[in-house]
Design a protein around this ligand. Sequence first.
Ligand SMILES: NC(=O)c1ccc[n+]([C@@H]2O[C@H](COP(=O)([O-])OP(=O)(O)OC[C@H]3O[C@@H](n4cnc5c(N)ncnc54)[C@H](OP(=O)(O)O)[C@@H]3O)[C@@H](O)[C@H]2O)c1
Length: 301
Amino acid sequence: MEHRLLGKDGPQVPVLGLGAWPLAGGMGSVDEKTAISTVHAAIDNGITLVDTAQSYNNSEALLGKALKSGYRNRCFLATKVSRDYSPQGIRAAIENSLSQLQVDYVDLYQIHGWNPAYPIAESMRTMAQLQAEGKARYLGVSNFNAQQMAEALQTARFQSTQPLYNLVDRGIEAEDIPFCEHAGIGILAYSPLAKGMLTGKHSLETEFPADDERSRISLSQGERKARYLQAAKALDTVARDKGISLVQLAIAWTLRLPAITCTLVGAKHPDQVLEHVGATQVKFTPDELARIDEIGKGIQA
Ligand SMILES: NC(=O)c1ccc[n+]([C@@H]2O[C@H](COP(=O)([O-])OP(=O)(O)OC[C@H]3O[C@@H](n4cnc5c(N)ncnc54)[C@H](OP(=O)(O)O)[C@@H]3O)[C@@H](O)[C@H]2O)c1
């Protein structure tokens, strides 16, 4: 597994991370045994960065069980404070996360999103204190734009950001990626498969069960869903010509940029993880990248 530096002075992390939102029922129920086997399959195959959050249902508790028997020491464990970014909220959240995860520290502690209700300087100061106390080795943010990252950096150094990035959602390319390159901030790209919409297995007729977030969120409804499906159909021909799966094309494409430190991919089964690992071997020629860009024109969200 290829590794890249997380930020200009951070640790080496694998280019693939396991996103632990679907394992805790975020996209429909997954039985605990399968969920734990999926975590083990990821780590055993080099996907040693595992990402979760306070708000991911019982994902942290599930990881607490999965990371026994030496798995915790083999992985770079990332979680997030999700709702209340006040100093008290952040402190309560990390204590709860450490207890659910059954660990003394996490490797990366991230602020899940920007919320103007909480002054960023206060939140970052608290995050830096947690780092000084040894509860988090590194700090990160998520869903921050360039201006918000610049503001956060005025109070405390952080190692990474976590934005949405895939073949259709390319909004970070204009300003956020250049900012991260300049400031030495690592990027953990999320939802490279657009929550399954870029796998080729869904159609306009697909209906998701009520316990699957895709029955509600905008990404999998109406025009937005149609755009992903249109992209998936066109890109599948590129993948076939290259002898790889569309899933592998979608993941590998995000990693074509050195600025993307790691792509976080969600999985619900060990077999899905094994397909993801194959994506790390894929390199694109300039012609293939041009073909993908051409398909993307007019489809971008
Ligand atoms: N910071 C944030 O705000 C934020 C937001 C979203 C995600 N994230 C992080 O990023 C991670 C990844 O994003 P995501 O889980 O939302 O979406 P994703 O990785 O784009 O898609 C994951 C889903 O795609 C399907 N899939 C995965 N591998 C497949 C394969 N090999 N073949 C066919 N289908 C496959 C699975 O669902 P089905 O099999 O049911 O189709 C799986 O649940 C999350 O788990 C989370 O850690 C962070």
